[in-house]
Write a protein that binds this ligand. Structure first.
Ligand SMILES: [Zn+2]
Length: 85
């Protein structure tokens, strides 16, 4: 899994993201400034951890949503009973 490198161009205030195994200086895609270094690099292990945690949280939220259907408000239940009479 490649590292994620964040670039910031001082010439035009542009920011962009590159996924690569190693940090290399890049050319600004906005103003073509050369030799811009990443100001930050994320490790692939941490990204994987984040993804797993988000997936677990999503799965838990979905399970809860399935197990507990939204309660029907008492008023709408009364209205339905009145209508069927
Ligand atoms: Zn630029």
């Amino acid at each position: 899994m490649p590292f994620r490198h964040y670039y910031y161009c001082e010439s035009c205030d542009g920011t962009w993201l590159v996924e690569a195994e190693v940090a290399v200086e890049g050319d600004c895609p906005f103003c073509a400034a050369r030799d811009v270094f990443p100001y930050r690099s994320d490790e692939p292990a941490r990204l994987a951890d984040d993804a797993a945690r988000i997936a677990r949280r999503l799965a838990a939220a979905l399970r809860k949503a399935v197990a507990k259907p939204a309660p029907v408000p008492a008023e709408s239940r009364r209205l339905k009973r009145a209508a069927s009479r």
